[in-house]
Design a protein around this ligand. Structure first.
Ligand code: SAM
Length: 281
């Protein structure tokens, strides 16, 4: 393949198993003028493993805005730049959004190199519906905001996907079971593509108990997937109507919010009222 001058390449890298890097990713990383990496020390070992010595600089969440200007400068001078993150697909709960927006605004060509992402790997093996899903990234770190975020999602009919860290997985699963329901089917995907890869499909209540009882199940990296709410809980309301109703309910009584949301959306007032009761209970 040819490397195009003045092009920004978004390159996915492995989420654990180095064998998952694509031939195209290796070629691009070898041949671009520069690599922008989330953590240069972390990526140095990946590049060393594949005998790649392309110059690298750091672009992370704390310097992205300032570095984006520099990267655009390189690109405008005709250099090619590859963006990588510590693992998986850049921009998916990782830096790069600002840079890619700026690149489009400046008329720079952006080329994605698809590859590993923990979200898609977990979803594909989850046994849950994959035709539609709702990726929420990381839930809030503190229980109060986390529970409120889960309440807002409790009637969401699509499969829910969350990233989670080892020090929060136990508490998060407990909150999910409490808010979304102990009996809600879910899948916990831990250490995907690595030695201790574990994928368990059970109910939220069972997963919360299992992780609380076994410290080994709290080690590593996690994706939590949760089956969407059964249709009756949201009375078949579409996502936009649900969103409007929830927003109105923040300012008005449930009854008033349901009446106004019904006028806006054309949906039945009762259906919206019942929906609001189910998510705000
Ligand atoms: N950009 C990455 C991607 O495409 O998956 C995600 C980066 S985000 C900062 C890191 C989170 O992704 C971890 O906390 C975990 O929730 C999830 N993750 C990354 N690698 C994983 C793995 N091997 N197994 C399970 N989850 C993983």
């Amino acid at each position: 393949m040819s490397i195009e001058a003045g092009t920004l390449y978004i390159v996915a890298t492995p989420i654990g198993n180095l064998g998952d890097i694509s031939a195209r990713a290796l070629e691009v990383l070898q041949r671009v003028d520069r690599i922008a990496a989330e953590d240069t020390r972390h990526s140095a070992s990946l590049l060393r493993h594949f005998h790649i010595d392309t110059p690298m600089f750091a672009l992370h969440e704390h310097n992205e805005r300032q570095k984006a200007e520099q990267v655009l400068g390189y690109l405008q001078q005709g250099e090619s730049v590859a963006l990588i993150s510590d693992a998986g697909t850049p921009l998916i709960s990782d830096p790069g959004y600002f840079l890619v927006r700026q690149a489009h605004a400046s008329g720079i060509k952006v080329v994605p190199l698809p590859g590993p992402s923990a979200l898609i790997a977990a979803l594909s093996a989850s046994g849950l519906a994959t035709d539609r899903f709702c990726f929420e990234g990381f839930l809030p770190a503190k229980s109060g905001p986390r529970r409120r975020a889960l309440e807002a999602l409790s009637a969401e009919p699509r499969t829910l996907a969350f990233y989670e860290t080892p020090h929060r997985i136990e508490e998060s699963l407990k909150d999910m079971a409490a808010i979304l329901g102990e009996a809600r089917p879910a899948t916990l995907a831990r250490e995907l593509t690595k030695t201790f890869e574990t994928i368990r499909h059970a109910t939220l209540g069972e997963l919360a108990e299992w992780v609380a009882d076994d410290a080994n199940q709290r080690k590593g990296e996690f994706v939590v997937l949760v089956e969407g709410a059964p249709a009756k809980e949201n009375e078949g309301l579409d996502g936009e109507t649900q969103r409007i109703a929830r927003m109105l309910a923040e300012e008005l009584s449930i009854k008033q919010a349901a009446a106004l949301a019904a006028k806006i959306s054309g949906e039945k007032k009762n259906a919206i009222y019942n929906y609001l009761l189910s998510v705000l209970r």
